[in-house]
Design a protein. Structure first.
Length: 188
């Protein structure tokens, strides 16, 4: 008994091409994973080109502001632990158990710092956002007239306040999200 072959539709051809492109894109991402410095250097260069575009064009300040807010949000997620100790502490206080917080003494259990947003996902989302913002800066529809010094001051105030809160959180729950200066075991 012959099974009829499914009919080829234009939708199936488009789906096949998009899945092929998605696999190629993922292969490039996977290949770039170990090259952290080069990835961030490329992202920095793209950000520099974007800012150069904004300065020379003297417009698209709302796009730059939106990008700044998004990058700040990504950075905060990068700094925060995956399992927030303040939420754990609140839940344990409700249950009557105070032992589920981060270790505070030498004999407490070691728990490594796990980020809410891993470095690679942070880089990928930031690079994608900068590329989208750069593309948006070439379309007049996104050039909304605003008084840019107000946006800059508001962004600086927002940055200082959120970072102050984040640093207080880090001090209160005694975690350091960076590996610089930490002891490394097993390396010579």
């Amino acid at each position: 008994m012959d099974v009829p072959e499914p009919e080829q539709t234009p939708y199936m051809a488009v789906t096949a091409q998009t899945s092929k492109l998605a696999r190629q894109y993922q292969a490039y991402l996977d290949a770039s994973t170990p090259f952290t410095t080069y990835r961030w250097a490329g992202t920095g260069a793209l950000l520099f080109l974007f800012f150069l575009r904004i300065i020379l064009a003297e417009g698209w300040y709302i796009v730059a502001y939106t990008l700044g807010i998004y990058l700040l949000n990504l950075f905060l997620a990068f700094l925060q632990p995956k399992f927030d100790p303040s939420l754990t502490q609140d839940e344990s206080m409700e249950d009557g158990d105070a032992s589920s917080s981060l270790p505070t003494k030498q004999d407490d259990e070691f728990r490594p710092f796990i980020r809410r947003l891993p470095e690679f996902k942070f880089w990928h989302a930031a690079t994608r956002a900068i590329a989208i913002a750069f593309i948006c800066s070439w379309f007049a529809v996104f050039n909304i007239p605003v008084f840019w010094p107000v946006l800059v001051m508001y962004w600086i105030i927002l940055f200082v306040m959120t970072m102050r809160r984040q640093i207080q959180h880090m001090i209160k729950y005694r975690y350091v999200p960076f590996t610089i200066g930490k002891m490394r075991y097993g390396r010579e």
